[in-house]
Write a protein of this length. Structure first.
Length: 283
């Protein structure tokens, strides 16, 4: 009898020990799996954060775009009050969300361009290159002229960035590609299309503000103005092009209206049958 009781106790201890070993093994396995999964997730996120060289999507992008849109069509230009800001935001979002940020096409933005476009009054279009601050200080104080950034499209997107990612949540808030990294990125494609549309809408006399303090020349063929806008001005609608060569206050006067790059610009415009005038430091 004592022998049987001892055997039963031994079996109980053995079962207990086996149970403890199995439980410990399960805990170790769970920890290992959690560690692997955590490192795997970090391994996926890190390349996204370091992948591109430009800033990521603007925080609260939807609120920023909607706020600017409503401000523009309700307060600044009530005649555009029929514009549907919610549809405009949705069309912008669908242009890039969950998409490869180096594979954006003009077709992606076409619905947005159509929804947000509006007429530009004749004699009011002001184009600029390397004179961003000066051009916009000028249009802010002088309502006679409009830059692309003073249109609905440009006003909503000015100094804002966005790009997508094929994986969830579909938007990359960490970084976006620069133009030097890939040509077909969301920002470059957007501004090229918006610039083309702005140039096509111009009529009457148009103004061009260039920076004569730049060593490389006031007119650059690689700029948005030099590569897109100039070739989308319509000679049948635009009667003349007025060029303003501006110099930085206290800065170098690298080029004037008689400079080489301005002569190149004039030649391109003349070939397209535009009348041209040029003025240094227009005030």
């Amino acid at each position: 009898m004592p022998f049987q009781q001892g055997s039963a106790r031994t079996r109980q201890r053995t079962v207990l020990l086996v149970g403890i070993v199995v439980l410990l093994a399960a805990l170790v396995l769970a920890v290992v799996l959690a560690s692997v999964l955590t490192h795997g997730e970090r391994g996926e996120v890190a390349p996204k954060m370091l992948k591109w060289k430009d800033r990521g999507t603007t925080k609260n992008l939807q609120e920023v775009i909607l706020g600017r849109c409503y401000s523009y069509v309700m307060a600044r230009y009530p005649e555009l009050g029929h514009k549907d800001c919610l549809k405009i935001w949705e069309s912008l979002k669908h242009a890039f969300i969950y998409k490869d940020p180096c594979n954006i096409t003009s077709e992606d933005y076409q619905p947005l361009m159509e929804l947000a476009s509006h007429p530009i009054p004749c004699n009011k279009s002001l184009f600029w290159s390397k004179t961003n601050d000066l051009a916009h200080r000028y249009t802010k104080s002088n309502q006679n002229f409009l830059t692309l950034e003073d249109t609905l499209l440009g006003y909503m997107a000015d100094r804002v960035s966005w790009c997508g990612d094929p994986s969830a949540p579909g938007i990359n808030y960490e970084s976006c590609p620069k133009r030097s990294e890939c040509e077909s990125n969301p920002s470059s494609v957007f501004w090229k299309m918006a610039s083309k549309m702005f140039a096509e809408a111009a009529c009457g006399v148009v103004q061009v503000m260039l920076n004569g303090s730049i060593e490389a020349g006031a007119f650059r063929s690689s700029s948005i103005f030099g590569s897109i806008e100039i070739f989308n001005l319509n000679p049948d609608k635009v009667s003349a092009v007025h060029i303003w060569v501006m110099h930085d206050i206290g800065g170098p006067q690298s080029e004037s209206c008689s400079g080489h790059s301005i002569k190149r610009l004039t030649s391109i415009l003349e070939e397209r049958n535009f009348k041209i005038t040029c003025e240094d430091n227009y005030r």
